[in-house]
Design a protein around this ligand. Sequence first.
Ligand SMILES: CC(C)(COP(=O)(O)OP(=O)(O)OC[C@H]1O[C@@H](n2cnc3c(N)ncnc32)[C@H](O)[C@@H]1OP(=O)(O)O)[C@@H](O)C(=O)NCCC(=O)NCCS
Length: 139
Amino acid sequence: MDIQHEAQAGGSRAWTLVVEGHFWLSNDGLAAHAGGLPTGWDDELLCTWLGEEPIGVLTYRVVKADREAVVTLLYVEPSSRHTGVAKALLAALVARATQARLRRVVCEAHVDNAAFVKLLEVVGAKPLARLFALEIPSG
Ligand SMILES: CC(C)(COP(=O)(O)OP(=O)(O)OC[C@H]1O[C@@H](n2cnc3c(N)ncnc32)[C@H](O)[C@@H]1OP(=O)(O)O)[C@@H](O)C(=O)NCCC(=O)NCCS
């Protein structure tokens, strides 16, 4: 699988897939925060390419003070799912984090995002925190 790293997600040829991913999550109500954790222009990017086409993206930022890599988006375009693209992107990030002597890779997952939660379980991620919401009836 051809995975490439770019120091800045903004302006990358894969940026359209990043935007598509954020739309996908918010349309499905699966953004982990109310406003989602949107990819910043300066976030780093790992992208899986099929020829000239980006088929999977993982954006993240390094929080040096915490020695963490925080995933801001993981998205695989629908026709390429279930082929190990996301797993390979996460593995590539773990390899980079290891090289950079970081402590961990952190991801937010909406409780209803069964596919992502399962993926995180499969790769051995452990829950760190729970995010609670008090819904406003008229909201
Ligand atoms: C979640 C997502 C990234 C998974 O991508 P993917 O490339 O299809 O995942 P992989 O092929 O690497 O799957 C690895 C494992 O994750 C689990 N998994 C992936 N998709 C799953 C699904 N729909 N249901 C249950 N388990 C799933 C499986 O255990 C799978 O292993 P297997 O294929 O051997 O059974 C993809 O469905 C997606 O882009 N969803 C929309 C965006 C999103 O939810 N992103 C996460 C929040 S930022």
